[in-house]
Design a protein around this ligand. Structure first.
Ligand SMILES: N[C@@H](CCC(=O)NCCCC(=O)O)C(=O)O
Length: 254
């Protein structure tokens, strides 16, 4: 029996003289080892994408993090800081893909930038600089520090008692998470249900309330040192199981 196929939409990055479609190794490895699925990196072709062809192949979708920001025009704002990286090709690919996948009930796991993309795709907005908002903490990593420090556990998140994440993690009320983001949720999109918040009230996880399939979006990075974090392993295991159930429900072969 073939393993479920999980699509990972790529970023576009300039490496030397050429632009590339890229996905970080830790996300690809997390899908394979954490979810027990076959990762399939999808180029950021935007409107040229045959979304139906891709979704016919997909048993799940994982939206990765990225240093680039979702373009502010996609939630009705102008960009506050043009010096920060953007990725229009990724935006043009992921936002329609997200809406189509949710429509089909395809399992969806969204991480960091992916968490922000789903909120925007469903009609929500973002703080472009959370640390500049009165009463909010600074959720950014200390760039230039070793990665072990940048991805170290940074703050707790309080889980919604009746949420799916609480159930997934065996009933715990809070967990410690890493934090590598300058942007965050301002207005949660209609139809999204909060799963966790930071102490400053920032939404750190949600699900699509009436989605037919598994949906979980988290602002932190469960893929980081996945095997060493039991909570992250439970999260990826649940995602993998949802992908297997989805695959079985559609006869398994596209
Ligand atoms: N640019 C957005 C999202 C931040 C994000 O995804 N950070 C992780 C980048 C590196 C990685 O993928 O591990 C923001 O700043 O809020």
């Amino acid at each position: 029996m073939r393993s479920p196929i999980v699509l990972l939409p790529a970023c576009v990055n300039q490496i030397g003289a050429h632009p590339y479609h890229t996905a970080q190794l830790k996300y690809v490895a997390a899908v394979a080892s954490g979810a027990g699925a076959t990762p399939l990196i999808v180029p950021a072709l935007g409107a040229q994408t045959d979304f139906d062809a891709l979704l016919d192949l997909a048993d799940g979708i994982m939206l990765t993090g990225s240093p680039s920001n979702v373009h502010a025009s996609l939630y009705g704002e102008s960009v506050f800081d043009e010096s920060l990286p953007q990725d229009a090709a990724r935006d043009a690919t992921t936002l329609p893909l997200i809406r189509a996948a949710i429509q089909r009930g395809i399992p969806l796991l969204a991480i960091c930038r992916g968490f922000q993309e789903v909120n925007v795709a469903m009609g929500g907005t973002l703080h472009q600089a959370v640390h500049q908002v009165a009463g909010m903490a600074d959720h950014r990593e200390q760039k230039g520090q070793p990665l072990e420090q940048q991805y170290a556990l940074a703050h707790r998140v309080l889980l919604e008692p009746a949420g799916h994440l609480t159930q997934m993690l065996g009933g715990v009320r809070e967990i410690m998470v890493n934090s590598l983001h300058g942007q965050g949720i301002k207005q949660l999109a209609p139809g999204l249900a909060v799963e966790a918040r930071a102490d400053d009230g920032l939404v750190e996880a949600y699900r699509v309330a009436d989605a037919a399939g598994f949906t979980l979006a988290v602002q932190w990075h469960p893929e980081w040192r996945l095997q060493e974090n039991p909570d992250s392993m439970k999260l990826f295991h649940a995602f993998g199981e949802a992908c297997r159930i989805y695959k079985a429900g559609r006869g398994g072969v596209p």
